[in-house]
Ligand binder design. Structure first.
Ligand code: PGA
Length: 253
């Protein structure tokens, strides 16, 4: 059985003191929970503080982005080596906001995914269609092309440990979450595509999250879907009580 994984994507939120206050409140709320992986992805400036707070707990640290190179003249960028060194185990890559506002394309995201694996980080690779693409009936085509382009060149062993987040862009931060049946259909499609490339065994192991307006009240609905293995949570992960309730709802499967 795949172990559910819940990741908090704080985006550009929380100062050091706010991050510390969150972890202090959050850790006791999730301490007894077994059976799910929990990842906090703060902004770069709070990674060190959160790493220190979660050390020895069952909560893991992740980053929201990175560059593909290990070091060099890349002003403003952060490398996979630096993330691993500070204690990250995961890194979100290809988030729709990176694609939309920072021009990231599939080939760069693919290079980042490979660099993450090369340095012992597990990518949380985001794919998903925009509203216009959905309305044009292109959801499958878009998810297919993103999932295949961004995983090109991985080994079956790497693919088996990959985390993918299916996030319909129109559902992110809008309160308009994707119907469960639609999420299942797209997630199942992504899994079958990756089975074609990496084999059934790898595809059966890799975890696929749903993301987009996940809240405590709708988590159970997604977790009841056979191919959904957790959630990538933005807005509802900013409050400790709310993100803990989401992790708890996911622990019942
Ligand atoms: P949301 O964001 O939960 O606020 O919709 C999800 C995401 O962007 O990962």
């Amino acid at each position: 059985m795949r172990r559910p994984i819940f990741a908090a994507n704080w985006k550009m939120h929380k100062t050091l003191s706010e991050a510390a206050a969150f972890t202090q409140e959050f850790l006791p709320l999730v301490a007894p929970r077994e059976g799910v992986d929990i990842v906090l992805c703060p902004p770069f400036t709070a990674l060190g503080a959160v790493a220190w707070s979660v050390a020895g707990s069952r909560v893991a640290l992740g980053a929201q982005n990175m560059y593909r190179e290990t070091h060099g003249a890349f002003t403003g960028e952060v490398s996979p080596v630096m993330l691993a060194d500070i204690g990250c185990r995961y890194v979100i890559l290809g988030h729709s906001e990176r694609r939309q506002y920072f021009g990231e394309r599939d080939d760069l995201i693919n290079q980042k995914v490979k660099a993450a694996f090369a340095h012992g980080l597990t990518p949380i690779l985001c794919v998903g269609e925009t509203l216009a693409e959905r309305e044009e009936g292109r959801t499958e085509a878009v998810c297919r092309s993103q999932a295949l382009a961004c995983t090109e060149g991985l080994s079956a062993e790497q693919a088996a440990t990959l985390v993918i987040a299916y996030e319909p862009v129109w559902a992110i931060g809008t309160g308009r979450n994707c119907a469960a049946a639609d999420a299942q259909a797209t997630v199942a499609l992504i899994r079958s595509l990756l089975a074609g490339r990496f084999g059934e065994s790898a595809a059966a192991s890799l975890r696929i999250q749903y993301g987009g307006s996940v809240k405590p009240g709708n988590t159970a609905e997604y977790m009841a879907l056979p191919d959904v293995d957790g959630a990538l949570v933005g807005g509802a992960s900013l409050e400790a009580v709310s993100f803990a309730a989401i992790c708890q709802a996911g622990a019942v499967r």
